[in-house]
Design a protein around this ligand. Sequence first.
Ligand SMILES: *[C@@H]1O[C@H](CO)[C@@H](O)[C@H](O)[C@H]1NC(C)=O
Ligand SMILES: *[C@@H]1O[C@H](CO)[C@@H](O)[C@H](O)[C@H]1NC(C)=O
Ligand SMILES: *[C@@H]1O[C@H](CO)[C@@H](O)[C@H](O)[C@H]1NC(C)=O
Ligand SMILES: *[C@@H]1O[C@H](CO)[C@@H](O)[C@H](O)[C@H]1NC(C)=O
Ligand SMILES: *[C@@H]1O[C@H](CO)[C@@H](O)[C@H](O)[C@H]1NC(C)=O
Ligand SMILES: *[C@@H]1O[C@H](CO)[C@@H](O)[C@H](O)[C@H]1NC(C)=O
Ligand SMILES: [Cu+2]
Length: 177
Amino acid sequence: MGLKQAQVLMLLLTAASMVAVGMADKKISATQRWNYGFNYTDWFANHRNNNTGSGPNRIIVGGSAKWQFGFNYTDWALKNGPFYLNDTLVFKYDPPVDNSSHPHSVVLFTNFWSFLKCDLTRARRLANTTQGGGVGFEFRLKKWQPYYFACGESNGFHCDKGLMKFAVMPLFRRWHW
Ligand SMILES: *[C@@H]1O[C@H](CO)[C@@H](O)[C@H](O)[C@H]1NC(C)=O
Ligand SMILES: *[C@@H]1O[C@H](CO)[C@@H](O)[C@H](O)[C@H]1NC(C)=O
Ligand SMILES: *[C@@H]1O[C@H](CO)[C@@H](O)[C@H](O)[C@H]1NC(C)=O
Ligand SMILES: *[C@@H]1O[C@H](CO)[C@@H](O)[C@H](O)[C@H]1NC(C)=O
Ligand SMILES: *[C@@H]1O[C@H](CO)[C@@H](O)[C@H](O)[C@H]1NC(C)=O
Ligand SMILES: *[C@@H]1O[C@H](CO)[C@@H](O)[C@H](O)[C@H]1NC(C)=O
Ligand SMILES: [Cu+2]
């Protein structure tokens, strides 16, 4: 379970306990009070992060969309995160075939402002235009730090207008339950 879900759970628990207090004068069993209007077993089963306990994951960036121009990776990262230390992100993109290809690559920004502005001047190039082929380019989230990924092509155009950028802050797995 990630931080977002933990926060939602806290809200739900707070709301549920207020309901329970409000119901205290009514004649209901402890079980009913605990369950009042809410099936916790169900909720836990559906919201427990499937990644928990199974060790590092290998995550395809963008899922079936892979690494392409115009896909909202910020949105993807929000919906598919959180990610954990030692998880591996896999960037998949086709190598250029001719002069009309629009190849991609992978860079890492060294700071948030470059990320925000898609300023590639000091970005670290992780993968060139051909390394996204086959099994894809793999990058392991080894450190507890924010990672700012982007496509490094067309002088920031793919990063900015193509939405090919996202940030990741890997979490410790033991924060899970
Ligand atoms: C809650 O959900 C679980 C799993 O779906 C189910 O087994 C259980 O009977 C439900 N409990 C109540 C009180 O509805
Ligand atoms: C966890 O996996 C089960 C079965 O594979 C799936 O039905 C469920 O939606 C998954 N839950 C989450 C939060 O991904
Ligand atoms: C991309 O997704 C984020 C998060 O959902 C959203 O805030 C943003 O407006 C989206 N960008 C575009 C261009 O749709
Ligand atoms: C990540 O993997 C390395 C080497 O495989 C290991 O030493 C380290 O403890 C792992 N970190 C976490 C947080 O699991
Ligand atoms: C690609 O561009 C280069 C130089 O810009 C040119 O020499 C080459 O013939 C072009 N190849 C194709 C397949 O158009
Ligand atoms: C990309 O990097 C790979 C591995 O380092 C190398 O073999 C390949 O020649 C490079 N391709 C280009 C277009 O620079
Ligand atoms: Cu690109």
